[in-house]
Write a protein that binds this ligand. Structure first.
Ligand code: KMH
Ligand code: ZN
Length: 278
């Protein structure tokens, strides 16, 4: 493991612009954030888009326009969220792939999500996985709970490897209703990776106050990092995040401290099996 893959998740679907003014919600704000995060060391951008009222949307035109603008303005790997918001119907979430991203997220099971439910039926997960195979979109499998890794093994056993042949997972830890954002939980996930194809890579992100413990645990376990205002809006106790760049800069500092500097987008494409897809 020679470098660290840094993913920025700048917006998400949960925070309101009125409450978090630094959240990038317009296309211009998103592209500027993407450029600055790329300059700092991010290689992947996990994208949720907002409408003109800054509400989460899966509008196909807006998704296509966003993919095009990010491609034009950066070399980042564009990973569209198929998770959307908890209220989004499955049909709209599947249609995200029509926007032609290099990567897309694929959550491996249903999870309580605060007071809501983030629904990911087995049949839906299979549809998403097989459509991504057909279109050459490389998935990032989102793991909110330990059992999601067992579901991933079952998926790969029954339906085969993803496009590009490489398996990459992201542990999303500390969601109220999912696994905790603790070193112990991360170690348990790492142990379960032994049942997945050799060479499977992982990144991790801790929601809210678990951001820092999860970041430290992931780097020490040889993992990669996802950071951004989708996952935390507090930089330190009593200190709101000022920008996504602040979070990326902190992750870059940690990666450098660990002597695993950030992977450039081209290196990240090699790692994730994307190079062959271009
Ligand atoms: N917004 C969450 C309900 C994903 O992007 O794939 C789901 C989510 C996961 O953020
Ligand atoms: Zn997301």
């Amino acid at each position: 493991m020679t470098g660290t893959l840094i993913t920025v998740a700048p917006t998400g679907a949960e925070s309101a612009k009125a409450e978090v003014p630094a959240l990038p919600v317009t296309l211009d704000e998103l592209v500027l954030t993407a450029k600055e995060c790329e300059a700092l060391g991010a290689a992947v951008i996990h994208v949720h888009v907002r409408d003109d009222r800054a509400e989460p949307t899966l509008d196909p035109g807006r998704l296509r326009e966003t993919v095009a603008a990010l491609r034009e303005g950066t070399d980042l790997i564009v990973q569209l969220s198929t998770g959307g918001a908890v209220t989004d119907p499955e049909s709209d979430r599947l249609a995200v792939l029509d926007a032609g991203p290099e990567m897309a997220s694929c959550t491996m099971g249903t999870v309580n999500f605060g007071d809501d439910v983030f629904l990911n039926r087995w049949k839906f997960v299979v549809d998403l996985h097989t459509r991504m195979q057909d279109r050459g979109v490389v998935p990032e499998y989102e793991i909110f709970d330990l059992g999601h890794l067992a579901a991933l093994r079952r998926l790969l056993d029954r339906y085969g490897l993803p496009a590009g042949g490489h398996v990459h997972v992201d542990f999303v830890m500390g969601v109220p209703g999912g696994m905790p954002g603790s070193t112990e939980a991360l170690v348990a996930c790492c142990q379960a990776l032994r049942d997945l194809p050799a060479g499977t890579t992982f990144s991790a992100t801790g929601i809210g106050r678990s951001t820092i413990p999860v970041m430290l645990a992931s780097v020490s376990a040889g993992g990669h990092l996802r950071v951004g205002m989708e996952d935390t809006i507090t930089y330190a106790k009593g200190r709101p995040v000022e920008s996504n760049m602040q979070l990326v800069a902190r992750a870059v500092g940690l990666a450098q401290l660990a002597q695993r500097p950030p992977l450039r987008p081209a290196q990240a494409r090699e790692l994730l099996g994307l190079a062959a897809q271009r």
